[in-house]
Write a protein that binds this ligand. Structure first.
Ligand SMILES: NC(=O)c1ccc[n+]([C@@H]2O[C@H](COP(=O)([O-])OP(=O)(O)OC[C@H]3O[C@@H](n4cnc5c(N)ncnc54)[C@H](OP(=O)(O)O)[C@@H]3O)[C@@H](O)[C@H]2O)c1
Length: 333
């Protein structure tokens, strides 16, 4: 693979630091590495592969130098302003914010599900929401075989999904301190409130899961609903997914076989021995874990699933680095 000039925008953040970890673990072929953040942390020293890098302030001139790929995780407003500037300089941006995900010219990609969409990018590729990535990784093989009719998501999301500030709220809340990031204490609590409330009564996180599932599975009319909940867990999102299909499932074992064979999906489904996916087991790994697979006996062709993944790794950094790997391979040709 050709070595690429890579920028990490938001390098000091929760996702940004994990980018660096995942890039190193995957031995991503880097020629020059540029780390960028806001003025606040310009000058901060970060280590990558035994070398020290100075974080530079992101400005309109940051992409004047030759950069091939930029991994952005610095929030929506930063992406709104700077991703087009980078793209205009010939950089391919892989953006972690929600800013570009629904834009018709921007592919929304999970490499195990719709890698083919990378090829029609116009300089910006969006990384889906963490809760969507792990869901579609298990839905795709089932959709291919049984054709999904309706999906009901209920999520149990880790505080790390709200960045460093979310993590601190749980850590400090466990010591009795008042929350600073969340509107209520998260320690000992569940908050049915992730991102802002919208006019239809859903939260934006819920709508993101709905919109993004449709876009990634290329089914704009797919029936999807969601309730997203923040829970006092540091790492990994857990999801209960109820799915109804067009076609009958003759044997539930076939569903398990399909999921066991799906790329980067691990089947953990041995309830007799108390084995099912757990947040603490998924933390620090790149796979999506699925278990508790059973029929939904209240409908004709339905099943229930329990799906867990590390929201900062597969839900953000790992997925983006996988996209960058595909881009780097294509640059080699
Ligand atoms: N956490 C997750 O599970 C997750 C999953 C998927 C996507 N995302 C998305 O990834 C992004 C970052 O999330 P995070 O959890 O890593 O947040 P975070 O820990 O709060 O980090 C935010 C990063 O963005 C940088 N930043 C903020 N404003 C900036 C600006 N004006 N110019 C340049 N850099 C700026 C910060 O730099 P300073 O150090 O200078 O403040 C920091 O590096 C968000 O868009 C989030 O929605 C997060």
């Amino acid at each position: 693979m050709k070595k690429v000039n890579l920028a990490v925008v938001g390098a000091t953040g929760m996702v940004g630091r994990t980018f660096l970890k995942v890039l190193k673990e995957k031995n991503f072929p880097i020629d020059n590495l540029y780390l960028m953040a806001s003025k606040r942390s310009a000058g901060t020293k970060l280590e990558y592969d035994g070398k020290e890098y100075i974080v530079e302030e992101l400005t309109e001139h940051s992409f004047d130098k030759p950069i091939d790929i930029a991994l952005f995780s610095a929030g929506g407003s930063t992406s709104e302003k700077f991703a087009p500037i980078a793209a205009a300089h010939g950089v391919i941006v892989v953006d972690n914010s929600a800013q570009w995900r629904q834009h018709p010219d921007v592919p929304l990609v999970v490499p195990e599900v719709n890698p083919e969409d990378i090829s029609w990018n116009h300089g910006i590729i969006a990384n889906p929401n963490c809760s969507t990535i792990q869901a579609v990784a298990v839905l795709k093989p089932l959709d291919d075989k049984y054709k999904i009719k309706r999906v009901v998501y209920s999520t149990y999301q880790a505080v790390s999904g709200a960045g460093v500030a979310g993590w601190n709220d749980l850590e400090n809340g466990l010591k009795g301190e008042a929350p600073k990031k969340f509107p209520h204490p998260i320690a000992g609590n569940c908050l049915p409130h992730i991102d802002v409330f919208m006019e239809n009564g859903y939260t934006k996180e819920e709508m993101k899961m709905i919109w993004e599932t449709r876009k990634i599975l290329h089914d704009p009319d797919l029936k999807v609903t969601a309730t997203t909940v923040r829970v006092p867990v540091f790492s990994s999102h857990s999801e209960s997914i109820n799915v109804e299909f067009e076609k009958p499932i003759d044997d539930i074992e076939d569903v398990k076989k399909l999921l066991a064979a799906a790329p980067d999906v691990v089947l953990v489904d041995d309830p007799a021995n108390n084995k099912y996916p757990l947040a603490i087991d998924a933390a620090g790994t790149d796979e999506v874990y699925v278990g508790r697979i059973r029929r939904d006996e209240s409908v004709e062709n339905g099943i229930n699933l329990w799906v867990v993944a590390d929201n900062i790794r597969k839900g953000a950094a790992t997925n983006a680095v996988q996209i960058a790997e595909i881009l780097a391979e294509a640059m080699d040709k």
